[in-house]
Design a protein around this ligand. Structure first.
Ligand code: DX5
Ligand code: ZN
Length: 213
């Protein structure tokens, strides 16, 4: 059994000091850095794009876990791949008719592939694809903003997925993770956790990260 991956989201960090924020995460025990990319269409918010991933790649060797909350993900895979992403996760809902093509496109850059579902999307819809990817990302909030409340019923999808998945496929959970909700997810079988608001709002970042394990 692999070690649980903790992937803090820089969405809650100080964007004016991203280099030092990422280094602070590294020093305090983060395994990956989660980068939330929003386009103002797929979700009602706009964040950052490939140039920021490229800039971060120059200052850190920590794996960059890029979460694309965008329409037409196929148009931007190349940019995020060449920018230095380690994982690129796209949304099933944004690629319904070409999920397999997007998976293949990400793989063509030799990058790990993640497939994500929003709270209203059921596990049964993505079953044809679950063992084609390296990671499934279960959203436990409506994507778009940090600091929202964990939707416990969405966490049940972890339990549902687990027996259907090859052992090496990571189950990542994103949204409203804190030390209590982390425990719910890991009990159900999650193997990676994203946490934004919780990690950046606690006084001691090291304790915050280790409290998720
Ligand atoms: C939400 C993003 C999340 C978010 C998590 O749309 O995908 O990664 O930053 O933030 P918290 O942990 O604050 O819910
Ligand atoms: Zn995310």
């Amino acid at each position: 059994m692999n070690k649980l991956v903790i992937a803090p989201s820089i969405l809650s960090s100080d964007f004016a000091n991203l280099e030092s924020e990422v280094k602070r995460l590294e020093e305090n025990g983060a395994d990956w850095v989660h980068v939330d990319v929003m386009d103002g269409h797929f979700v009602p918010n706009i964040t950052i794009g490939a140039p920021v991933v490229k800039a971060l790649r120059k200052v850190t060797s920590i794996p960059l876990d890029v979460h694309l909350m965008i329409e037409n993900p196929e148009k931007y895979i190349k940019d995020f791949a060449l920018a230095g992403s380690d994982y690129i996760t796209f949304h099933y809902e944004a690629a319904k008719d070409n999920v397999k093509d997007v998976i293949d496109l990400i793989r063509s850059y030799n990058i790990k592939v993640g497939l994500s579902i929003k709270p209203k999307t059921q596990v049964c819809e993505i079953i044809p694809f679950i063992n084609m990817v390296d990671m499934i990302l279960i959203m436990t909030v409506e994507p778009g903003f940090g600091g929202q409340k964990f939707m416990q019923d969405c966490a049940l999808k972890i339990k549902e997925l687990k027996p259907l998945l090859n052992e090496e496929v990571i189950i990542e959970v994103d949204g409203g993770i804190n030390k209590e909700t982390a425990k719910i997810c890991t009990d159900y079988g999650a193997t990676a956790l994203v946490a934004g608001n919780y990690v950046f709002s606690q006084e001691n970042m090291k304790d915050a990260i280790s409290s998720l394990r």
